[in-house]
Design a protein around this ligand. Structure first.
Ligand SMILES: Cc1cc2nc3c(=O)[nH]c(=O)nc-3n(C[C@H](O)[C@H](O)[C@H](O)COP(=O)(O)OP(=O)(O)OC[C@H]3O[C@@H](n4cnc5c(N)ncnc54)[C@H](O)[C@@H]3O)c2cc1C
Length: 391
């Protein structure tokens, strides 16, 4: 009989896992608490390590239709506007890492995954299904939703994000931490901006105590901008969305160079998130136990300063599907193999993201050292071969 994987959460990680596991011959049921499948209106960068996995899932043509493929990533000083370093992407990324560097609207990536899943007869997608608990026996795992629905399967994957219920039940290791960084996000049609503010490349403007990243999405027709500042917000951190006050952001960027201030001023609507993460993983035991595995933000929520949170979720999906096909192992051993394959790489990415944040927001002499190093060694410092060539 076909083995069944139950997936809690229909975000990018959960849908990628569903597609990978289905392609690996497993029956799949996805349980999403929301009433419809949707994604927040923001962009993400997807490095060549992730684009390769998406190509392997059959999404190459879809990505070509909706993603943007910037030719370079440039780093600029947010105050002087000086270009500090440049990493060529495009053809260099294909040559060195086997795939381009892409930038995409999260909803577009989510739709690509959903479309692919809807063509597969062995996948059932459940909406309005809020996972409340699970029980495990040597033979099976059974999940229960808040409506009292009980479903049995061979494996339960917690892909239920930062505030994961599955993680809470499995590890009981407390809530995510709040590092005191806020993300303002916006997307605007490029043709609504003056010519000089439009851009088809990735640009990171570095602080002190803040940074701003901009890149094209929707085949280059829209510009995505995310500004990270230090601070805190009131209210429920479990909700993605907080009311955004563009005036606060403009005040925080008061000392920035004119082109950056002009860009921020040209964008009318912002949304605000308080960022959360967890410390880097400490062992495979945090990613899988028995018949339960964690994936994506449920396993290793990270600061977005290496632009790899969704990327690691997608890599997790591929690794999970590969492990589940190891027929000489029992199900628990297959999940252990998955966890062993993933935890160190994810911990390394989490740690590097924290370090990047410190560098991006550096002040005083450290900031001077950062800028000098980038001017001398830009391409070498900006490239991340262990990440882009892996896993
Ligand atoms: C400002 C910012 C910028 C970022 N930029 C990038 C980037 O450039 N590149 C990149 O790769 N990543 C980036 N990320 C990270 C990326 O957004 C996340 O890592 C990624 O979305 C995680 O996907 P996920 O599927 O694991 O979790 P989520 O997207 O959170 O999905 C979890 C799903 O589970 C559902 N759910 C939750 N609880 C339950 C339950 N009990 N029962 C059923 N369903 C449940 C939720 O409704 C949701 O649909 C960024 C993040 C931020 C905040």
């Amino acid at each position: 009989m076909t083995k069944q994987v139950l997936i809690a959460g229909g975000g990018i990680g959960g849908l990628a896992a569903a597609l990978a596991c289905s392609r690996a011959g497993w029956g799949v049921r996805v349980f999403e608490r929301a009433g419809e499948f949707s994604e927040v209106g923001a962009g993400i960068q997807i490095g060549p390590n992730v684009v390769r996995v998406l190509y392997g899932l059959g999404l190459e043509a879809g990505l070509a239709r909706v993603a943007a493929f910037p030719e370079r990533l440039q780093v600029r000083n947010a105050v002087s506007g000086d270009v500090l370093g440049v990493l060529p992407l495009g053809e260099r990324s294909v040559r060195l890492y086997g795939a381009p560097y892409a930038t995409i609207h999260r909803a577009d990536l989510h739709h690509l995954l959903l479309d692919a899943l809807q063509q597969r007869s062995d996948v059932r997608l459940g909406l309005g299904c809020w996972i409340a608990s699970f029980t495990e026996t040597p033979e099976a795992v059974t999940l229960t939703t808040t409506d009292g629905l009980e479903v049995e399967g061979d494996v339960l994957v917690g892909a239920d994000g930062l505030w994961s219920r599955v993680r809470e039940l499995l590890l009981n290791d407390g809530p995510p931490r709040v590092p005191g960084h806020l993300a303002y996000r916006a997307m605007v049609p490029q043709n609504s901006l003056p010519e000089r503010l439009r851009s088809q490349q990735v640009t990171a403007w570095l602080g002190p105590k803040l940074h701003v990243v901009q890149y094209p999405v929707r085949s280059g027709a829209w510009l995505n901008v995310v500004a990270i500042v230090q601070g805190s917000v009131e209210g429920d951190l479990q909700s993605w969305d907080h009311s955004a006050n563009g005036a606060d952001l403009r005040a925080a960027l008061g000392g920035a160079c004119v082109p950056l201030r002009d860009l921020i001023a040209a964008i009318p609507d912002w949304r605000l998130w308080a960022l959360c993460d967890r410390p880097p993983m400490q062992g495979a035991w945090q990613q899988a136990r028995g018949r339960i595995a964690l994936l994506g933000d449920a396993a290793h929520p990270m600061r977005p300063y290496l632009a790899q949170g969704a990327g690691m979720a997608i890599e997790d999906a591929q690794a999970l599907a590969r492990s589940l096909t190891m027929k000489n192992l029992d199900v628990g051993e297959r999940l252990q193999r998955y966890a062993l394959n993933r935890w160190q790489r994810c911990a390394r990415v989490q740690a590097r993201a924290i370090r990047n944040g410190e560098i991006f927001h550096a002040q005083g002499v450290i900031r001077w050292g950062r800028d000098t190093a980038l001017k001398l060694l830009g391409e070498r410092l900006l490239d991340v071969p262990w990440l882009y060539a892996g896993p």
